[in-house]
Ligand binder design. Structure first.
Ligand code: SF4
Length: 88
């Protein structure tokens, strides 16, 4: 297994694509009008997303720290309507 340096993360595209880990914060945005309230984002990243009483997602933290970036990206990828954006 190839070694990954501590300051790098591997892209899901494969081992040939390595992007530097910048250690900064990400910016999360949601197109709430297209949310169907499935709750998968909340299950994956409960500190960032929450489905409110109105059945729509609420963003609890739009700029999570580094340890929550992976969960935020996984939640975005799992959203059935693809309404979550996580930008560097
Ligand atoms: S996963 Fe997507 S559709 Fe489901 S509650 Fe979250 S934002 Fe809404």
């Amino acid at each position: 297994m190839p070694q990954v340096q501590r300051n790098e993360v591997r892209c899901r595209a494969g081992p040939s694509r390595v992007r530097p880990y910048l250690g900064g914060r990400v910016k999360i945005t949601i197109d709430v009008d297209k949310c169907i309230g499935s709750g998968s984002c909340e299950m994956i990243a409960p500190g960032i997303f929450e489905v409110g009483n109105d059945g729509l997602v609420q963003l609890l933290n739009d700029s999570p720290s580094a340890e929550d970036h992976s969960a935020a990206r996984t939640a975005a990828a799992s959203c059935p309507t693809q309404v979550i954006s996580v930008d560097d």
